[in-house]
Design a protein around this ligand. Structure first.
Ligand code: SF4
Length: 417
């Protein structure tokens, strides 16, 4: 069985909550929409901005346990009703090509779609991109597979490591060997980043801007490639200081948002700028990390960790649906989590963790406060979600904060539902 040092024992309060909240009473989906999978947590590329800080190579077998046990993923995807499995990082999926081909073979005959989020390159293998794309297309169509999407990362830091050629090679190969395959670009919103232009030049493509966050690349063949830009996650290796040293900057509005959200100068604040995660009361995406940890996307709560190697889907589902922190993120996104972590920060209970990240919940006192605030606020409009006992215990935790919690909620005025 895979174990992790990140597992944390729940406090008495959290234990009571996790045992007493009824998963079936929650207005949340009971199947997975998209299952993100990290085949590895290592990455041979080693970008200087990697928010996962993925090492180039490690000797810890748990960092690539999924790559060695792909069948576990396939069984889990089928059991959980996942509509899509997407290989991503964590680490670079192309560092594990055998796992990639295996999962494509296994999913092609099912009605589960497949996605690959990648830099387009591996420094571990000498990839023949034309051959790989043609092989993926042949395997997928032989099994009668449905949706297949490739998403390529393009930004200053990927470009610094691998240049424009790998992304251009993937887009040319898709155009030539698998024109039915969806392929798009995920860029980053940074002032001073010319990497997309370099890709367009390599392809002899035209960039058609569509606003601050999106564009189209029109290839010489006429194929249109969608480009969506996402804000940085300020965690791992990236910080505002590093951006500044590299001659880059956040757009003005984002800089102001970080300044108001962080008491630590934006060095590691997490997902304060990110678009809303696909974690809502209507849709739950999950991720399986390279060591087998399975969580609602980006909502890894250290004292409620489950693993696909030791826990089945009903156990994992119920553990998440019983956790008011998951309810909070579904109702208000990572912003709602971060805003409530600030209450713990104000009491000196979170010291060295990004506030807009579930890493802040490594502090069990912070996990208690966020849980108690979630129960108190969500019970305002839907008291049936939590038993009288759970609500009373949450109120007792908040009473320990000498009334500041109530004032904090009123100031936030978010109206969670
Ligand atoms: S390619 Fe992705 S996973 Fe690898 S270092 Fe760069 S950002 Fe991190």
């Amino acid at each position: 069985m895979i174990t992790s040092t990140r597992v944390q024992t729940p406090s008495r309060f959290r234990r009571l909550v996790l045992d007493r909240v009824d998963p079936a009473a929650q207005p949340l989906p009971t199947t997975i929409k998209k299952l993100y999978v990290w085949p590895t947590a290592d990455c041979s590329i080693g970008c200087r901005h990697c928010n996962y800080a993925s090492p180039k190579k490690s000797t810890d077998p748990t960092r690539r346990a999924i790559a060695d046990n792909v069948d576990t993923i396939i069984e889990f995807a089928l059991a959980s009703g996942a509509a899509n499995v997407t290989f991503c990082g964590g680490g670079e999926p192309l560092d594990e090509p055998d796992a990639l081909l295996h999962v494509v073979d296994a999913l092609a005959p099912t009605d589960i779609g497949f996605g690959l989020y990648t830099s387009g390159h591996s420094n571990r293998y000498d990839l023949d991109v034309d051959g790989l794309v043609a092989d993926l297309a042949r395997r997928w169509t032989a099994g009668g597979g449905g949706d297949f999407r490739i998403r390529l990362s393009v930004d200053f830091y990927h470009h610094e490591r691998i240049g424009a050629a790998p992304v251009a090679a993937w887009l040319r190969a898709v155009d030539r060997y698998a024109p039915w395959m969806a392929a798009d670009i995920r860029a980053t919103q940074l002032v001073g980043d010319d990497s997309l232009t370099a890709v367009a030049d390599d392809l002899k493509a035209t960039i058609v801007p569509l606003g601050a966050r999106s564009a189209r690349l029109v290839m010489p063949s006429g194929r249109v490639v969608s480009v969506k830009s996402k804000p940085l996650v300020l965690d791992g290796r990236i910080s505002l200081d590093r951006l500044h040293r590299d001659g880059l900057a956040l757009p003005d509005a984002q800089r102001q948002r970080v300044a108001t959200a962080s008491v630590r100068g934006g060095r590691r604040v997490g997902r304060v700028l990110s678009n809303r995660l696909p974690v809502t009361t209507k849709r739950l995406d999950y991720e399986i990390r390279a060591d087998g940890e399975c969580r609602v996307l980006e909502v890894g709560i250290p004292d409620n960790v489950k693993y696909v190697f030791s826990d089945d889907w009903p156990t994992i589902r119920d553990a998440n649906l019983a956790d008011p922190i998951v309810h909070l993120v579904a109702a208000g996104g990572m912003t709602a989590l971060g805003n409530r972590v600030q209450l713990a920060v104000g009491h000196g209970l979170v010291v060295d963790a990004p506030h807009y990240s579930s890493k802040a919940l490594r502090s069990s006192a912070a996990a208690d406060i966020v849980t108690a605030t979630a129960v108190a606020e969500l019970a305002r409009t839907a008291p049936h979600r939590y038993s009288t006992e759970v609500r009373a215990e949450a109120d007792a935790v908040l009473a320990g904060l000498a009334g500041t919690a109530t004032r904090w909620f009123d100031a936030l005025g978010e109206g969670l539902t």
